[in-house]
Design a protein around this ligand. Structure first.
Ligand code: P6P
Length: 333
């Protein structure tokens, strides 16, 4: 197959669809280049002296890994000077990061989880970077947190990089989902999967079973039926996978189907689930829907949620459409 680079792919998408401006193309290429740098740092592991804790906490109250902080810095520095952004926001930062005055301001807003699944870093299990792009509101002036609080359906692009046996970049600009593999020798992203589609049916589910006693009854009932397999109402056996790295679990589901769940549970009603809406659930929901899947919070489409705060959490059910409709049906009681 003729090698198609990320740049060529984006230029071709721009020709087909004016919504992909030169600025958006530049933004995506800059983020992709930053992900190459993160992949290089992650790949050094102990040899780079960058494993372990940074002995600091982020806004989520989570102890940061050195690579969380390094990855965040890489994305900030890569995106500050290009003139395509008005501001950035990150899981690792309490408030928004406006573009410094010494650089021109652009029309886009970038949000990211710089290194998702970082509990897996020190044990060499796949981790990733998740990013989401919105247009800044017309006439916004100085960027505010409020400018970011747009429903996920307003995203103009979303993607993730997964740092696993290969480093891959999965991207959507609203016209399907494409996957690029990093050619480490050339340092270039090469198109390796065009127009990814999630199988409608599945026999695989992903959930952290250790939380079972905390789930609300509808999820208990749904999972019990999956575990009952052939002997139960579903009439078929299911398999379970949980990598505890959303990027890795979603990448598997994009390729072979499945349903990923992080439900709200009774431990803390003020925290409806663990995953964050703006830079985890929304970008993954756009990718999954663009690949023919579905993504809900158990009651409504994730992309329809109107955000109320930058770091708000939501329950997440996403993956093969028929399975997500099944589990969502348990919630609409
Ligand atoms: P648990 C990683 O910390 C993360 O945010 C997601 O990548 C992952 O799906 C989830 O949390 C894992 O959560 O409770 O199983 O550790």
């Amino acid at each position: 197959m003729k090698r198609v680079s990320l740049t060529q792919h984006l230029v071709e998408e721009q020709r087909l669809n004016n919504a992909i401006t030169a600025e958006l193309r530049l933004l995506i290429e800059v983020v992709a280049r930053a992900c190459k740098t993160i992949s290089h740092s992650v790949g050094k592991g102990a040899l780079g002296g960058i494993l372990g804790s940074a002995d600091t906490e982020n806004i989520q109250g989570e102890v940061q890994k050195k690579l969380d902080v390094i990855s965040n810095e890489i994305l900030l520095e890569a995106n500050e000077w290009g003139g395509h952004l008005a501001a950035m926001a990150s899981e690792e930062m309490e408030t928004i990061h406006p573009i410094p005055n010494r650089y021109p301001m652009g029309e886009y807003l970038l949000m990211f989880d710089p290194l998702d699944g970082s509990s897996n870093i020190d044990v060499n299990v796949s981790i990733g970077t998740i990013f989401s792009v919105l247009k800044a509101p017309e006439g916004m002036g100085a960027p505010t947190e409020q400018a970011f609080l747009q429903p996920g359906a307003q995203q103009v692009a979303a993607g993730y990089a997964v740092y696993g046996p290969q480093t891959m970049l999965v991207l959507t600009t609203g016209h399907g989902v494409n996957c690029f593999t990093l050619d480490r020798e050339m340092g270039s992203w090469v198109l390796t999967q065009r127009d990814m589609r999630i199988p409608e049916q599945t026999k695989e589910f992903a959930i952290n079973m250790s939380n079972q006693r905390h789930w609300y009854p509808p999820v208990q009932r749904y999972i019990d039926e999956l575990l009952a397999g052939k002997t139960g109402p579903r009439g078929k056996d299911f398999n379970m996978r949980w990598i505890a790295s959303m990027v890795a679990d979603v990448h598997r589901i994009l390729n072979r189907g499945g349903v990923f769940m992080y439900p709200a549970d009774a431990r803390d009603p003020s925290k409806p689930g663990k995953l964050r809406l703006m830079y985890e659930a929304n970008p993954m929901a756009m990718i999954v829907e663009q690949a023919g899947g579905a993504a809900t919070d158990g009651r409504q489409r994730i992309l329809d949620i109107t955000p109320t705060s930058l770091h708000q959490r939501v329950p997440v059910f996403l993956g093969s459409k028929s399975e997500v409709e099944q589990v969502t049906g348990y919630h609409v009681e």
